[in-house]
Design a binder for this molecule. Structure first.
Ligand SMILES: NC(=O)c1ccc[n+]([C@@H]2O[C@H](COP(=O)([O-])OP(=O)(O)OC[C@H]3O[C@@H](n4cnc5c(N)ncnc54)[C@H](O)[C@@H]3O)[C@@H](O)[C@H]2O)c1
Length: 350
């Protein structure tokens, strides 16, 4: 094994501390050499948890001072993802970035343009794909047992919005200027990249409805029907449920898969043929067990110079769907078209 890739975490909050750092500290091919965070107590915690780390007050001072970084890992709230990613790539640094890629299609596309122009990898954290139960779903689909997938339903129940670290702004997910939206922006990416994978195509149109129970300027209920060349996906996301749970169903022409957290059930020609429980730790919001596979893929993309791969293109498609969903909801659930995919990225035509 060669020298470890040297990296920096930008935004040392919940997911960086509990999800990303344990994975870095568990392997020898990536090393966190620097951290930038705008919050003093978070900087102090990073200093304590990462021996010898160099600490900065913000991303720009880190990028100006650090001359030997191979990559940065962006784990700030969404509104800063695109500007920090573009800046890093202009400094010649590869970028791993939490979801959603950006809060607008224009920003998301600018990130991929910078990746191509500067010949640096942009890689999104699409970690739900790597949950053990999701890997099992992929294997079942690949086995042909349920036939080609044509219908998918995705329910994500949360009892409240996820909280950020107490030392900074725990409710930023409810504030549009930080989050870019509510549950659709926060959780829509996970929902849609799974659907792209299962239906094996990119969307043609979407109709969506959103509502909010609270006083915030962002939605806490989201429903959408998305039409694909290969089928239909129906999604329901809420922060107002009485239980934390995901329930996904995936239907082919021979059978169906039902996933409820760790439980995966397969039905073929109307008969339940298998039910297994696959420990995936859905209740642990850090999803730290799933992050190692992201680092493997990020490292592989750097090795082969895949500046913009399928996951990066999916990340832009997710932002486009979310942006179009907001437009649909504003216009009374009007069905809105997305033009055919160009280089894996669809163009919205409201
Ligand atoms: N993939 C997943 O399963 C998953 C899970 C949780 C969070 N996330 C994503 O991770 C990101 C962070 O979420 P979180 O829950 O860790 O939030 P958090 O509030 O716990 O952490 C954010 C951190 O970023 C810092 N920060 C804010 N703006 C900054 C800036 N411009 N520059 C540097 N530091 C800045 C804050 O001080 C804080 O320490 C979000 O994009 C969120 O969607 C993903």
């Amino acid at each position: 094994m060669g020298k470890a890739r040297q990296g920096a975490i930008i935004g040392f909050g919940f997911i960086a501390e509990k999800g990303h750092l344990p994975a870095y500290q568990n392997r020898s091919d990536f090393q966190i050499a620097a951290v930038a965070d705008i919050c003093g107590p978070r900087r102090e915690l990073a200093r304590k948890l990462i021996p010898g780390v160099r600490i900065y007050d913000d991303a720009q001072s880190l990028l100006a001072a650090e001359k030997r970084l191979d990559f940065i890992d962006i784990a700030t709230p969404p509104k800063d993802h695109a500007p920090i990613a573009c800046s890093a790539m202009q400094h010649g640094i590869h970028v791993l970035c939490e979801k959603p890629l950006a809060t607008s299609v224009r920003d998301a596309e600018s990130v991929l343009e910078q990746a191509q122009r500067n010949r640096r990898v942009f890689f999104p954290v699409h970690n739900y794909k790597h949950a053990p139960s999701m890997r099992a779903v992929r294997e079942i689909i690949d086995s042909g047992r349920i036939g080609p997938v044509s219908l998918v339903t995705l329910d994500t129940f949360r009892t409240q919005h996820a909280k950020g670290v107490a030392e900074w702004l725990p409710d930023w997910r409810r504030i549009r200027s930080y989050a870019g939206g509510g549950i659709a922006m926060d959780h829509g990416a996970h929902t849609f990249y799974l659907v792209f994978d299962w239906l094996g195509s990119h969307p043609l149109s979407i109709t969506a409805k959103m509502s909010s129970r609270g006083a915030y300027d962002t939605e806490d209920n989201f429903t959408a029907t998305v039409t694909f060349p290969t089928g239909v996906a129906m999604a329901r996301l809420t922060w107002n449920a009485a239980v934390r749970k995901v329930i996904y169903t995936i239907h082919g022409d021979k059978g169906a898969i039902r996933l409820e957290d760790d439980d995966v059930e397969i039905t073929v020609r109307g008969e339940r043929i298998e039910r297994r429980s696959i420990a995936s730790h859905w209740g642990d919001a850090s999803h730290k067990e799933w992050f190692g596979a992201i680092l493997d893929s990020f490292g592989a993309a750097i090795n082969v110079g895949e500046w913009v791969g399928p996951d990066a293109r999916d990340a832009v498609s997710c932002v486009r769907l979310i942006e179009t969903a907001y437009a649909s909801s504003r216009s009374g659930c009007l069905e809105m078209s997305l033009s055919p995919v160009v280089h894996g990225i669809a163009n919205a035509v409201p």
